[in-house]
Design a protein around this ligand. Structure first.
Ligand code: AMP
Length: 300
């Protein structure tokens, strides 16, 4: 069962306290897809500029990612420049250039319209809404967003959230969206906006999930060396939804999905860009998942 993903395809400039990288392949659709393809095939819809490299196209195609829905426009790809401060959790956005994204009108290829699972990656909420207008009867619609869109397009985002079952955001985004400081209050307010399933990521502190009247708390995988956290959130979403694609939607599967999300995020932070994420195999994923199970198991 394939997942339809719509999101950004970017070249990022990244500065960390220890190193920097320019024009690193990134964007929400890229990280999500490379993580989720470990579990299920992916159909990607996004706009790319005329500077999108042939080698990057080959990278996607060699990872079970159907690129029929990639539209090439003249102009540069989406560009983002971010800098991480010493604690890895705080980052400064120095630049967001929408470039070809500015006039992007997502047209979902006919074959993709019957998708049962849709991931609305981090792009303008108006575009996320337009995508939903074209999909026939999705069983699961998950959405990710970020501070930029919560600040710049909150009304459109709230409208889109009414049509979404799963929202995946980080704690600062949850606070900004809800206007609440307490994460518990924020979760209550956000779930009243539409999504019945809410996952709030807390970086190195793990993730929380709400479903019905249940809450699940998962730690993050303890990492020795973080190289670049960019894309960890989108990779988390890829592991989470990719895993769910083949499961019956219940609290047990959702708990395992959160841990698969943490596993995929943990690989992404081990290198710049998608270097590590694109190099791992299913064995690596399974081993790290098992390590999580072993680390978090305890008796009553
Ligand atoms: P994450 O670290 O998971 O939040 O995602 C980082 C990725 O999001 C980077 O590769 C950026 O290219 C991309 N990104 C940053 N800002 C935006 C935005 N406003 N809209 C869409 N994608 C963005």
């Amino acid at each position: 069962m394939s997942i339809l993903v719509v999101g950004s395809v970017a070249y990022d400039d990244i500065i960390t306290p220890f190193a920097s990288r320019q024009r690193a392949l990134g964007g929400s659709a890229i990280y999500f897809s490379l993580a989720a393809q470990h579990f299920t095939p992916i159909s990607m819809v996004a706009v790319i500029g005329d500077d999108f490299k042939q080698s990057d196209m080959r990278l996607l195609e060699s990872h079970r990612i159907d690129t029929t829905g990639l539209i090439r426009e003249s102009g540069p790809c989406f560009y983002w420049k971010g800098e991480y401060l010493g604690n890895w959790n705080d980052r400064i956005t120095h630049a967001t250039h929408l470039n070809v994204f500015e006039h992007f009108n997502p047209v979902i290829p006919h074959d993709y319209r019957k998708a049962e699972i849709v991931f609305l990656g981090n792009i303008a909420p108006e575009l996320q809404n337009k995508v939903l207008d074209q999909v026939e009867h999705p069983r699961i619609v998950a959405l990710d967003t970020m501070n930029y869109w919560i600040s710049h397009a909150k009304e459109a985002l709230i409208e889109t959230l009414r049509r979404v079952n799963i929202l995946i955001v980080n704690d600062s985004e949850a606070r900004l969206l809800s206007g609440e400081q307490s994460i518990i209050e924020a979760a209550r307010t956000i779930r009243a906006m539409g999504p019945t399933i809410l996952c709030i990521k807390r970086g190195e502190h793990g993730a929380l999930l709400w479903y019905d009247d249940q809450v699940f708390v998962a730690p993050a995988y303890p990492m020795c060396e973080v190289v670049d956290p960019t894309g960890a959130g989108d990779s988390f979403a890829g592991g989470f939804l990719g895993y769910l694609a083949r499961q019956k939607l219940d609290i047990h599967a959702l708990r395992r999905a959160v841990v698969h999300g943490s596993v995929m995020g943990s690989f992404t932070v081990e290198s710049f860009s998608v270097d590590r994420l694109a190099a791992i195999g299913t064995d690596d994923v399974n081993k790290r998942y098992q390590a999580f199970v072993d680390m978090t198991h305890f008796d009553r």
